[in-house]
Ligand binder design. Structure first.
Ligand SMILES: NC(=O)c1ccc[n+]([C@@H]2O[C@H](COP(=O)([O-])OP(=O)(O)OC[C@H]3O[C@@H](n4cnc5c(N)ncnc54)[C@H](OP(=O)(O)O)[C@@H]3O)[C@@H](O)[C@H]2O)c1
Length: 230
């Protein structure tokens, strides 16, 4: 049984991970509010093992530090961290061009999707031992090899997250902590919309079989367990 932390676990892919992983593992999700955290925990179908939430806004260092102080009270160590919390500012979902994108949206998106992951990982590694795993939920929209257009803020934030993943994988290898970025596919969540081709359960089951699988590389970008180009 593993000790697992999922950021942004109150809805979408994070809640799907909680639902699935709580059947066999101890899981703590982070939520920005008490109400959302409680609702998520109460929504779990299966009888939970050890499931809880802590309040955390990944945009704020102080909130992340406070959240991890609570996690430390519940978990002696963390085996697996899912850096899942992320935003796609609604106005940027569509084809607003790079030159029409406002700077504030870019900075706001970076603060959550990129620096938020750094803030969380910084605290998490203090509770990690050799063999621990970090899964950064990135996106094909950050893939340089297949870069499209539109949604500039989101794309930049995820490309930078991929770079952060490589750097952290290099630096944490001496502690035998593995770090990978994954694309969950296009998923039916508030962010992905109802036209997405994967249900939350379909995406989450693939994420989990990779994240908890026997083979777990480090410093790679994967989709559905297959390595893809950066
Ligand atoms: N859905 C897709 O098709 C798709 C595709 C590729 C990648 N992804 C990535 O997958 C991850 C999950 O996406 P999703 O589709 O599940 O999105 P979602 O349904 O919009 O859920 C996003 C989650 O992140 C949380 N969050 C946002 N900002 C936060 C902050 N500052 N601090 C803490 N939590 C915060 C949200 O909390 P609140 O409820 O408080 O807002 C929510 O729990 C994201 O990183 C996303 O970029 C999704």
């Amino acid at each position: 049984m593993k000790n697992i932390v999922i950021t942004g676990g109150n809805r979408g892919i994070g809640l799907g991970l909680l639902n699935n992983l709580s059947k066999d593992h101890n899981v703590i999700i982070t939520s920005r509010t008490e109400e959302k955290g409680l609702n998520a925990i109460r929504s779990i179908v299966q009888s939970p093992k050890k499931v809880d939430f802590v309040i955390m806004d990944v945009n704020k260092s102080e909130s992340v530090i406070k959240g991890f102080a609570k996690i430390k009270e519940k978990f002696e160590h963390i085996d697996v961290l899912f850096n899942n919390a992320g935003i796609l500012i609604p106005g940027l979902k569509f084809n607003i061009s790079a030159v029409d994108t406002d700077e504030e949206s870019i900075l706001k998106t970076f603060n959550t999707n990129t620096i938020g992951v750094l803030r969380v990982t910084k605290q998490s590694v203090l509770l990690m031992k050799s063999g621990a795993r970090i899964i950064n939920i990135s996106s094909g929209m950050g893939q340089l090899d297949d870069m499209g257009s539109g949604s500039l803020a989101y794309r930049l934030s995820k490309t930078a997250l991929n770079a952060l993943t490589k750097v952290m994988a290099n630096e944490l290898s001496e502690r035998n902590i593995s770090v990978n970025a994954i694309c969950p596919g296009w998923v039916q969540t508030d962010m992905g919309g109802k036209d997405a081709n994967l249900t939350i359960n379909e995406s989450v089951s693939k994420i989990i079989s990779f994240a908890l699988g026997h083979e777990f590389p480090t410093g790679k970008f994967l989709r559905h367990g297959e390595i893809i180009p950066w």
